[in-house]
Design a protein around this ligand. Structure first.
Ligand SMILES: Nc1ncnc2c1ncn2[C@@H]1O[C@H](COP(=O)(O)OP(=O)(O)OP(=O)(O)O)[C@@H](O)[C@H]1O
Length: 384
């Protein structure tokens, strides 16, 4: 960065102001990312700041321009701020990508590294429509509200409804082979298989392509330092669950079911795949457990009862360690509405009964310590 100053405005003051401006997608300071090309101060106190954008037509350029104007504009003696936009050369982009990968030139999945502090949860269900995506977005928003950095991968090829449920409208920004994930208004970073398919067309990819897509979402997307990554899997016991197990062996499983016994049986099958892949099952979440009767306020079990407990017991038997029911979420029209208008209930109405259960589950998965408890070691007893 080159800075030419006069008019009593110090280089230090300009550097300090610019260091407060963050790239809206990378969430790191533009000075740290070497995005400032040059700064010039004219005799009348006009400051011209030239910036390197990561890519031409960067969707965040207006926000960046405004942020620079407001930060630099606060310096005493500055009469006006002008921002000029340039684009990084391929060498500069390469250097930026290396910086974002923590000095690593090669792509790798950061969450699969031994030192990774990110807790990865794959959200699974036996069949569609049980509320897996609703649970995922509400847990994500609740975890952000606790001050954690959270990312969501929408790997549900049949549903891919996560961006809408989180209110994300912008597409991801590619920097060559690196992808910057858009951030939802709640602060959750999101990447979805739906962002890579034209219109609303269904994805007809088969196993190897899906594996590659998940690998890209985990390895090519710049996530920054996440505390928690949630993966919304497609319903059933499909290829993606196995890909996740291969790519991120330390991912833990959350199984979502309704109280209905038929749903519980298929959810149990989805859970047992974790036994085969030796992944830990953190617990079972029962959704649509009950609703208050509109006339008398009493609890009505619309979809029967006991499904969550049935799945938890079956998975406890299969793994040999206690798999708990983490919570029973009631039916709440506002939860559905929140999904439709991109405002998770845990953020918009955290005191509602359904949000309270979800926040309780978020507390449990946020504080869970690492260890071998609950993980199938893949050993069987030997008879002597
Ligand atoms: N507790 C709840 N109360 C009211 N509505 C709910 C609740 N949970 C989910 N829903 C609604 O049920 C519908 C299905 O939920 P969702 O899309 O989250 O399910 P899913 O299991 O992810 O389905 P798929 O895998 O088929 O995408 C949505 O319209 C959602 O808003």
């Amino acid at each position: 960065m080159s800075i030419a100053v006069e008019h009593g405005i110090t280089e230090d003051a300009i550097h300090k102001a610019l260091s407060k401006v963050q790239d809206p997608e990378i969430h790191r300071s533009i000075t740290e990312l070497d995005m400032v090309k040059e700064v010039h101060v004219a005799a009348d106190g006009t400051v011209k700041v030239a910036i390197f954008l990561t890519v031409a037509g960067c969707p965040m350029k207006d926000r960046l321009t405004n942020d620079i104007k407001s930060e630099v504009g606060t310096i005493a003696g500055v009469s006006a701020v002008e921002v000029e936009l340039d684009v990084m050369s391929s060498e500069q982009r390469e250097a930026l990508k290396t910086k974002l990968r923590g000095g690593q030139v090669d792509r790798e999945i950061p969450f699969a590294q031994p030192g990774s502090l990110t807790r990865v949860y794959a959200i699974a269900s036996g069949k569609g429509g049980v509320g897996k995506s609703s649970v995922t977005v509400n847990l994500a928003a609740a975890l952000v509200a606790k001050g954690l950095k959270v990312g969501v991968v929408d790997a549900d090829i049949y549903g891919h409804s996560i961006p809408r449920m989180l209110g994300v409208t912008e597409p991801p920004t590619p920097i060559d082979d690196m992808i910057l994930a858009p951030t939802a208004p709640s602060g959750v970073k999101v990447i979805s298989i739906g962002m890579f398919t034209p219109g609303n067309s269904p994805v007809v990819w088969r196993g190897p392509m899906l594996h590659r897509a998940i690998q890209q979402f985990l390895g090519d997307v710049y996530w920054g330092d996440l505390d928690v990554l949630l993966l919304d899997l497609p319903p059933g016991t499909g290829d993606i669950a196995i890909s996740v197990a291969q790519l991120v062996p330390n991912a833990e499983i959350l199984v979502v079911t309704t109280p209905q016994q038929a749903a519980a049986e298929v959810a149990e099958r989805a859970g047992t795949i974790a036994v085969q892949t030796r992944q830990r099952i953190t617990g079972v979440i029962e959704n649509m457990s009950w609703m208050p009767c509109p006339h008398c306020g009493e609890q009505v079990d619309v979809f029967g009862s006991g499904g969550g407990e049935t799945v938890a017991e079956a998975l406890t038997r299969a793994t040999g360690t206690k798999v708990p029911v983490l919570g029973q979420i009631p039916i709440d029209v506002r939860l559905r509405e929140g999904g439709d208008n991109g405002q998770p209930l845990t953020a918009s109405d955290p005191d509602s009964p359904a949000a309270q259960v979800l926040i309780g589950i978020a507390d449990k998965i946020a504080t869970r310590s690492r260890g071998l408890v609950g993980m199938s070691l893949g050993v069987s007893p030997v008879r002597k």
